[in-house]
Write a protein that binds this ligand. Sequence first.
Ligand code: AMP
Ligand code: ZN
Length: 443
Amino acid sequence: MYCMGNRTTTDTFWDESAETLSYDELENLQLTRLKKIVERASRSEFYGGRFAEIGLRADSISSLDDITKIPFTSKQDLRDSYPYGLLCEPKDRLVRMHVSSGTTGQATAVFYTRTDLEVWADLLARCMYMTGARPGDTFQNLTGYGLFTGGLGFHYGAERLGLLTIPSGAGNSKRQIQIMRDFSTSVIHIIPSFALLLMDVITELGIDPRRDLSLKIAFVGAEPYSEEVRRRIEDFYGIKVYNSYGLSEMNGPGVAFECRCQDGLHLWEDAFLVEVVNPETLKPVPEGTYGELVLTTLTREAMPILRYRTKDLTRIIPGSCSCGRVHKRIDRIRGRSDDMFIIKGVNVFPIQVEQVLMNISEVGNNYVIMLRREKNLDEMVVRVEVTDRIFVEDMRRLQQLQRKIAHELKGELLLTPKIELVEPNSLPRSDGKATRLIDQRTT
Ligand code: AMP
Ligand code: ZN
């Protein structure tokens, strides 16, 4: 055992008492925190009004099952209460604001007190430590600094852990690679679409990532990606990729994270209470069954959010993890319920398309799904970048590839999309989360 900051840790755990307490102890802690957070939340205009309507008070909660007495909170509730309706602290106690990256509708703002920031940094330090990142590592944070929570969230977590932290931000591929080489970056945080695009730039520059770079760990998250993409990134860079999940309504990253077992993401249950519900009936689903993730902040001061419907679809992985942490694990996010699209009567998640594409070696690192309506007929077009290797070859090979992709997609989706093959690096790139679906159908 040795001491790090004010945390006592072994070589395996950043905060052993918080990560390995018994499940009974964890539930007792959750209950104490749940009562407190209900009391705190009632100070806000939004929850104060709601609780008064239904007669809910902190002493209405006497067991964790009583959480069902609390109504769900939706994104729309946050929008309706924008900007200050959920605040539980006076403005002079707030030190930070972020917003959610939602692409449609009114943005939602999230506020933090100094303690909120400390708790958040600590949770992220716990996540990173769990994967083997240690003082002495150089950490390059290749995500947007600004309103997005991924940049500053990881930044302060990494400093808390004692990593040499380089705030290199999003985009700027060549400079990123230069920094990696100059400072022997060993740990990175990056969104999956950028990790894929950077692969093309590294190849173009004639760099062999295993020989010329010192990378060993990547934290990859903030948008859905498939196991196939994880494998591509790991194989190319010669590193381990750990899935990182979070959302601004729950601080940002640091909600759930993979340990070295890479078998699901531990959700920090001392900070968040987790439920998985059927998105239609809103009833809990049995452990192991997919549903919508619902989260309650247990420690947030400035802006507690209770029973938040994340729209993210996942399941609790039954059983315990061999790493020794008690916190339940969620599975890789399958997508958001509002990402699902219906085409010719078939329900499709973009991630299903990605799984198929990324298993085909001639397929490059970028794609986009387009939905069109022509003469009242819906059409799904998958535009796919091919690798250099195949594109220089003849038309016949390209047509074969087109047929192969269509065939494999039909096996997964039960419908045959139109496939358009395009040159490497020709699809639009973004510095932030990728747009994988363009729906041009008018309803
Ligand atoms: P934001 O609050 O704008 O940062 O967006 C949060 C949303 O990003 C979540 O609700 C998820 O839909 C998505 N997200 C974050 N991390 C992951 C991940 N590891 N896998 C899949 N989706 C993710
Ligand atoms: Zn584990």
